[in-house]
Design a protein around this ligand. Sequence first.
Ligand code: FE2
Ligand code: FE2
Length: 185
Amino acid sequence: MKTKDSMRDDASQSSESGIHSSQLMELFESELKDIYWAEKELTKEIPKMIKRASSQDLIDALESHLAQTREQVTRVEHVFEILGKKATSQKCEAMEGLFKEGKEIMDECEEGPMCDAGIISAAQKIEHYEIASYGTLRQFAQTLRISDAADLLEQTLSEEKAADVKLSKIAVTAVNVQADMEESD
Ligand SMILES: [Fe+2]
Ligand SMILES: [Fe+2]
């Protein structure tokens, strides 16, 4: 276990602003590899959700986010390019867990409003994970003063937030109300 003194020694090796920029760059690259894996997987996972969805609003929202997700994959590749690195992916365990959870929901539900509500819940958890990741990545890029990368990451962050808001609206207006009525029938 680290003593307070040894922790202070560790800290004194770092720059005044905290961790070294090279360490932050490492963390940035590692997070980028994670989200690259996640976005590529999402181009395969979202179509499965579309297949199981019934509400036209939900299908439209998922289809438009699928198109955005494909662009987001390219955007992450651009960020790697800005860093002068080859785009590589690293399996994101957290996102894989969310995919598994979504699969369980979709395997068990009966097609219709109940299933739609489940799909929305799974999709929103994914969006929130992406929002957290891109928020961090954008912040890292800003701190590292890589403004081109920060701008690209900000663009994707806005799309993820908008997708989340859209899913909330669909849940409130159509799907959840219908699912609730089905249950009380
Ligand atoms: Fe995304
Ligand atoms: Fe997304």
